[in-house]
Design a protein around this ligand. Structure first.
Ligand code: PEP
Ligand code: MN
Length: 284
């Protein structure tokens, strides 16, 4: 009855901006002519970490030739042990900048803290926030103030409500381009690194308009299981995959066991393209 009021929507979700109510349209993230979300199926691939110029150049050129558009590699790595390889830091970003220039691939890389966020945003096309930082609220706020899409991974012990509220932190600061990623959760399972929660995908698609990717590599921790979980992710309606690929997994400085080698990646990519056609999804 008030002048100027056309419609009242009763919002019962605590994550108001991430909620499908009232934003019924899927968020589609556009990077030049590439689109994430809205029926597209996006493949993001690359080694866990940038290790040296030869490694990242070889992998990037291979992926480009395969038809992949997004290269993901960490320069700053969140490692469980302080004695493990921590990433090349700024030197890694510079190498990513070079391969981007050479190949035109879009760069996805992780920010671990607010201090390096501005530097990382100079090199990255998409900034990843990892599972361990899903509830690092200052980091989420700083991601919200940046003009780059954010790939937000689900915390290893986070509920979907918590994941969506973390996305809300970014959206609330004015950055509408958030991509969610299911990467496995901690359960009683001891047969697998974590448990890929595929059931979360259709639930997230009901609850939010944001694109949802699946990372089978970190979820299962073993390259032999990545293809099956990747096909399953496409089948349950994910918007894309994040896959670890290394030119020589046995010598990888991090996550070698779960990294596909180059021929294994080619084989999986072919399977994904075939399955996507059946499901009428456009692979990019
Ligand atoms: C990674 O992507 O290499 C990574 C560390 O992922 P997560 O945060 O999911 O463990
Ligand atoms: Mn990794």
């Amino acid at each position: 009855m008030l002048e100027g009021v056309e419609q009242i929507i009763h919002q019962t979700d605590p994550y108001q901006l991430a909620s499908r109510k009232p934003h019924n349209e899927n968020t589609v993230i556009k990077l030049d002519n590439l689109k994430i979300g809205g029926g597209n199926f996006t493949l993001i691939a690359g080694p866990c970490a940038v290790e040296n110029p030869e490694q990242i150049t070889k992998t990037a050129k291979f992926l480009k030739e395969e038809g992949i558009n997004f290269l993901r590699a960490g320069a700053y790595k969140p490692r469980t042990s302080p004695y493990s390889f921590q990433g090349l830091g700024e030197e890694g970003l510079i190498l990513l900048g070079r391969v981007k220039e050479e190949t035109g691939l879009k760069i996805v890389t992780e920010a671990l803290d607010i201090n390096t966020m501005p530097l990382i945003s100079e090199y990255a096309d998409i900034i990843q926030i990892g599972t361990r930082n899903m509830q690092n609220f200052p980091l989420l706020k700083s991601a919200g103030a940046i003009n780059k899409p954010i790939l937000l991974k689900r915390g290893m012990t986070a509920t979907l409500n918590e994941l969506l509220l973390s996305a809300e932190y970014i959206l609330k600061e004015g950055n509408p381009n958030v991509i969610l990623c299911e990467r496995g959760i901690r359960t009683f399972n001891d047969h697998s690194r974590t448990t890929l929660d595929l059931g979360a995908i259709p639930v997230l698609k009901e609850k939010t308009h944001l694109p949802v990717l699946v990372d089978p590599s970190h979820a299962c921790g073993h390259s032999s299981r990545v293809p099956a979980l990747s096909r399953a992710a496409l089948s349950v309606g994910a918007d894309g995959l994040l896959i670890e690929v290394h030119d020589d997994p046995a010598s990888a400085l991090s996550d070698g066991l779960q990294s596909l080698d180059l021929p294994e990646f080619s084989k999986l990519y072919n399977q994904i393209q075939t399955l996507a056609e059946v499901l009428q999804r456009k692979v990019n």
